[in-house]
Design a protein. Structure first.
Length: 136
């Protein structure tokens, strides 16, 4: 009976590790997909719509897009979030870098970092967040 309990304890421990590992991979995958989605939304709006518009017209477009997306997909597409997506694309306009960052940092991290104006400081915060798992 004792050997059976020990065997089961080992099995349960392995299963718990497997479940935890898979949950972590799923969370990273979901975060990465959402981050890339937000970057692509920012890119599409900036390149296709806002590229040469006047500020007032651009503001109206962002408001209209936000209203339509929010109606169908919820508050995650509020005007402020759309503005963040556009800024995200402007700050990180290299898709390869965005792919790499999206697996290592959360959208919340990136959303905070896009408002760090100094490139050197932003790079420092990115590296420290990746290495030391800094929270937002």
């Amino acid at each position: 009976m004792k050997n059976e309990l020990t065997l089961n304890d080992g099995l349960v421990k392995e299963l718990k590790n497997l479940i935890a590992s898979t949950k972590e991979k799923v969370a990273i995958s979901v975060n990465s997909s959402l981050t890339l989605l937000y970057w692509n939304i920012g890119k599409k709006i900036q390149e296709d719509i806002l590229k040469n518009t006047r500020a007032n017209y651009g503001e109206q477009i962002v408001h209209a897009v936000s209203a339509q997306l929010s109606q169908e997909f919820g508050k995650g597409y509020a005007k402020r979030n759309i503005v963040n997506m556009i800024k995200f694309y402007k700050v990180f306009n290299d898709e390869k870098i965005v792919h790499a960052l999206s697996t290592q940092l959360t959208w919340t991290h990136l959303k905070t970092l896009i408002y760090v104006e100094d490139d050197l400081k932003r790079t420092f915060y990115i590296e420290m967040t990746k290495l030391d798992k800094w929270s937002t």
